[in-house]
Design a protein around this ligand. Structure first.
Ligand code: HEC
Length: 138
């Protein structure tokens, strides 16, 4: 659905900007752009799938459920606070920014142990995928 809206937007944008270009040229241009958009969308979906996999493999699910607080805050609660305070999930996971969801030192220590234990070996792309997955949880 989103893809087709994007595609329609592109068609409209290109049609209004192309003046008297021949129809065929415009068609090719539109098709190329649509393909690029579809590729991006596929990449985004793959990225979220990787993040979901990591979220399970790295045991994050033990303490973070979608909706309910278990040991740590729920994923939705975390994302809500990060959106409100314009926080950066990747920075937190890299240990470069302090906790903003639950700042109780005891709780922070539990999460910190995980960052040191499970997260430190992940690449920047993997951390970005984790963050993308968390933000995708509806
Ligand atoms: C043993 C339990 C436990 C595990 C496993 C765990 N966490 Fe946490 N997490 C917590 C607790 C407790 C908090 C609340 C303290 C805090 O906010 O730092 C938290 C907070 C967070 C926060 C919010 C930080 C903030 O700004 O307050 C993020 C993001 C997060 N966890 C991501 C993860 C990810 C990703 C994983 C898997 C790699 C993970 N957690 C694994 C217990 C856990």
């Amino acid at each position: 659905m989103k893809k087709s809206i994007l595609a329609l937007g592109l068609v409209a944008a290109i049609l209004t900007s192309c003046g008297d270009k021949k129809k065929e040229e415009v068609k090719t241009e539109v098709e190329t752009k649509v393909e690029a958009v579809q590729e991006k969308a596929t990449e985004a979906v793959d990225n979220i799938a990787l993040g979901k996999q990591l979220f399970t493999d790295k045991t994050c699910t033990t303490c973070h459920q979608a909706d309910t607080k278990v040991i740590g805050p729920s994923i939705k609660e975390i994302v809500k606070v990060y959106n409100e305070k314009e926080g950066n999930l990747v920075k937190f996971l890299k240990g470069e920014s302090a906790a903003i969801v639950d700042t109780d030192p005891g709780q922070v220590a539990i999460m910190k142990a995980n960052l040191d234990g499970f997260v430190k070996d992940l690449t920047g792309d993997e951390l970005a995928a984790l963050a993308a997955y968390m933000r995708s949880v509806k």
